[in-house]
Design a protein around this ligand. Structure first.
Ligand SMILES: *Cc1c(COP(=O)(O)O)cnc(C)c1O
Length: 379
């Protein structure tokens, strides 16, 4: 039996809700289910939110809202998805990378201050694997230098830092509902989280092609027109219907993933040897969401061999980001501040194992058994 790396979350009620949306004869953006999703998130997060067509687009909207332009510098880790950087690079910003911490693969908060110049405008912490960055330290630095903080919480829904939901601590946050994330709106989708309410009215306009159409629908203006730059960042209500079915089950989905994550951890602890390192324990005030289960191998050669061995046994695994500073676009749009001590070396060792909603315990055991055999053979 083969085990895929990911299966998109599917809870069962998605199709009912999509049907309801179709029967209401209103499937474009900001329909009934978009409103239901907005209410759900606003109650949960205690912030203003807008569903978007992707997390990438939510980040692009943030760059517009912050008036990012050429000459501005944006600090972030190099170990992240291209969109974290691209959202700011397309506005003309220079991307300034800082090294990561090996224990969480998140930006090293102690190295941020050295990267700040008079041109710095934004810090973008990325909560890798749904494990929070050290937000108190990052917010203190931002306040000291008058910078904005944008949380790339693409992987972070339902995870918290000192009791606060990821994405609600900085000025802005962004979630992804891509099929590889814990919750999906039917393949592609995202959420813009606005924690500084001064930005809400303009966000609504940017999302609606630069028009005040949302105000018009609420009866606040008698006609709508072009008032600002913008694009089409609002998803179809079909996507919102898909997502809403999963929001209703958000707690159950989170419990299931956390249980499966713990099972992996306990079973692999028994296999632990010098070839394989398990995820490190993080501070107790950090609650993750089991977005991924990764191990770290001794080196790149061992990782390559294990990927092959798993594949031979019909198990899909995946390494992750090629650090952005070593990419083609990276050499045009970015600089690395300080030394790359951990970004490249830790990225080379990391391997993600299959984990998804409703993966069975026997599937996990199958993965563990194959890893066990690999370790015995390799010694
Ligand atoms: C998935 C992801 C994104 C992009 O999300 P999309 O919804 O696919 O645009 C951005 N940043 C990080 C860290 C991600 O994991």
């Amino acid at each position: 039996m083969s085990i895929p790396f990911n299966k998109p979350t599917f809870i069962g009620n998605e199709l009912n809700y999509i049907n309801n949306a179709i029967e209401s004869n209103k499937i474009s953006g900001d329909g009934l289910f978009t409103k239901k999703c907005h209410t759900w998130f606003e109650e949960k997060l205690n912030s203003k939110v807008l569903l978007t067509t992707s997390c990438t687009h939510a980040l692009e909207m943030i760059a517009i809202l912050l008036n990012i332009g050429s000459g501005d510098e944006v600090i972030m880790p190099s170990y992240t998805f291209v969109s974290t950087a691209n959202a700011f690079a397309i506005r003309g910003a220079k991307i300034v990378f800082v090294d990561i911490r090996p224990d969480t693969m998140n930006i090293d908060e102690t190295k941020i201050e050295k990267a700040i110049t008079t041109k710095t405008k934004v810090i973008v912490p990325v909560h890798y694997a749904g494990v929070s960055c050290e937000m108190d330290v990052i917010m203190d630095i931002a306040n000291k230098y008058n910078l904005f903080v944008v949380e790339d919480a693409a992987q972070g829904m339902m995870a918290t830092y000192k009791g606060k939901h990821l994405g609600t601590i900085g000025h802005f946050g962004a979630y992804s509902f891509h099929e590889t994330k814990n919750y999906t709106s039917g393949g592609e989708g995202g959420l813009l989280i606005i924690n500084d309410s001064r930005f809400y009215d303009r966000a609504e306009i940017i999302r609606e092609k630069g028009t005040n159409r949302s105000k018009f629908f609420r009866g606040m203006v008698d006609k709508y027109s072009w008032v600002d730059i913008g694009s089409s960042y609002l998803p179809s209500d079909i996507n919102a219907a898909y997502l809403y079915a999963q929001l209703e089950q958000a707690q159950n989905i989170n419990f299931d993933r956390l249980n499966k994550w713990k099972f992996y951890y306990d079973e692999l602890s028994l296999v632990n040897n010098k070839l394989i390192a398990l995820p490190e324990k993080h501070a107790i005030y950090i609650k993750h969401n089991a977005h991924m289960f990764y191990i770290k191998l001794l080196n790149l050669d061992v990782r390559t061999a294990l990927i092959e061995y798993l594949k031979k046994h019909h198990i899909q695994s995946a390494f992750h980001y090629v650090p952005l500073h070593s990419s083609i676009a990276g050499s045009n749009f970015s600089v690395f501040n300080g030394q790359d001590v951990y970004t490249t070396s830790e990225s080379d060792r990391l391997l993600r194992l299959p984990i998804y909603y409703n993966i069975s315990y026997s599937e996990i055991l199958q993965v563990v058994e194959v890893i066990k055999k690999f370790v015995e053979k390799y010694e």
